[in-house]
Design a binder for this molecule. Structure first.
Ligand code: FPP
Ligand code: MG
Length: 329
């Protein structure tokens, strides 16, 4: 199913969201305006704001109508700003040249501009959440931001560790990616004012969806098409990031293949080496294993929605799970 069709119940909200996003990028700095124009040029999937709207709708069982709900719109904008800030910083860390199908900010301008634009967006996100006058929302967003910074730090720390195990990998992606998914869903539920146990279910949905999302992202780094993903392939390996298909392969393959792969990984490798490692992954079921794990995290995500009353928003949250697992971009 296409993402646009899944998000039809919040189409109006997303249109208003795009307008507000532009408004909120205004500042006195000409350079910030230029970078903002560049960022707006290629919008992302807007999954996190969509999750704020949908979680709110599914919990409140009301029409979302964000035009009249300042809190929902402010949090949706804030999570998108936090997400974009992390990408601006991440592209510096990963030395990426492409993002969302266009030249990345660090490559078009330089690292300083990318880091500072990230700081600006983070500050704007803070301001937006402060405007909601809700300490709970502020606490949710600040804890998620802290967690994703710790996750990224751990990933940096574990890079080139070819003994990385699945559990540590899952901890990293839970922190660096799932934390903002979790916060988006939790915020929607918080604004809807549902009881704690329903908030918890939405949080768990976000956590499991976020993990499934990142495993798929890591799989796409091996198998994807640049024109669709909008970013370079094989970047993870170049940065020494060991992800699930390779973790599984190094764990399962015969000792000779393991030794050979480690030798390739420890030295500077070229396209031929990448292809060799990829065929070893394919031969050892690394792709199937990663897919199996995304499916199981996806099912777990769905299970946390089961007790919510049926609505078009709940249906969209359910369909998002299939989208996240099957996506090729
Ligand atoms: C993308 O992962 C990066 C993240 C999900 C988190 C990045 C977090 C930080 C840089 C630290 C905190 C920053 C702020 C502003 C608080 P990826 O590299 O696997 O994905 P990619 O392939 O899209 O680059
Ligand atoms: Mg990256």
């Amino acid at each position: 199913m296409e993402l646009d069709s899944i998000l039809l119940p919040i189409k109006k909200d997303l249109i208003l969201f795009d307008e507000k996003l532009k408004e909120n990028l205004n500042s006195d700095s000409a350079l910030i305006s230029q970078v903002a124009m560049h960022l707006i040029n290629r919008k992302g999937k807007r999954l996190r704001p969509a999750m704020v709207f949908l979680s709110y709708g599914a919990c409140a069982n009301l029409k979302v109508n964000s035009a009249f709900n300042l809190q929902v719109m402010s949090v949706a904008l804030a999570v998108e700003f936090i997400h974009t800030a992390t990408l601006l910083h991440d592209d510096v860390i990963d030395q990426s040249k492409v993002r969302r199908g266009q030249v990345s900010v660090n490559h078009k301008w330089n690292n300083m501009v990318s880091v500072l634009m990230g700081d600006f967006l983070l500050a704007r996100a803070l301001r937006l959440i402060v405007e909601t006058k809700s300490l709970s929302l502020l606490s949710t967003a600040s804890r998620a931001t802290e967690k994703l910074s710790i996750g990224e730090m751990k990933e940096v720390q574990e890079s080139h560790n070819f003994d990385l195990d699945e559990e540590t990998y899952l901890q990293i992606i839970s922190a660096k990616t799932a934390s903002l998914f979790t916060a988006s869903c939790e915020s929607g539920a918080l604004i809807a004012g549902v009881e704690k146990k329903v908030q918890e279910r939405l949080k768990e949905y976000g956590e499991n969806l976020g993990i499934a999302f990142q495993i798929t992202d890591d799989l796409l780094d091996w198998l994807g098409e640049s024109e669709k993903t909008g970013k370079g392939l094989g970047n993870d390996l170049k940065e020494g990031k060991i992800t699930l298909p390779l973790i599984h392969t190094l764990r399962e393959c015969d000792p000779r293949s393991r030794k050979k792969t480690l030798r390739l990984l420890e030295n500077d490798f070229n396209q031929k080496d990448f292809d060799q490692i990829l065929s070893l992954i394919k031969g050892n079921g690394g792709v199937e294993y990663a897919r199996k794990r995304t499916t199981s995290f996806g099912q777990k995500a769905l299970s946390f929605l089961s007790e919510l009353e049926d609505s078009k928003y709940k249906k969209a949250l359910q369909d998002l799970v299939s989208f996240v697992i099957q996506r090729d971009k």
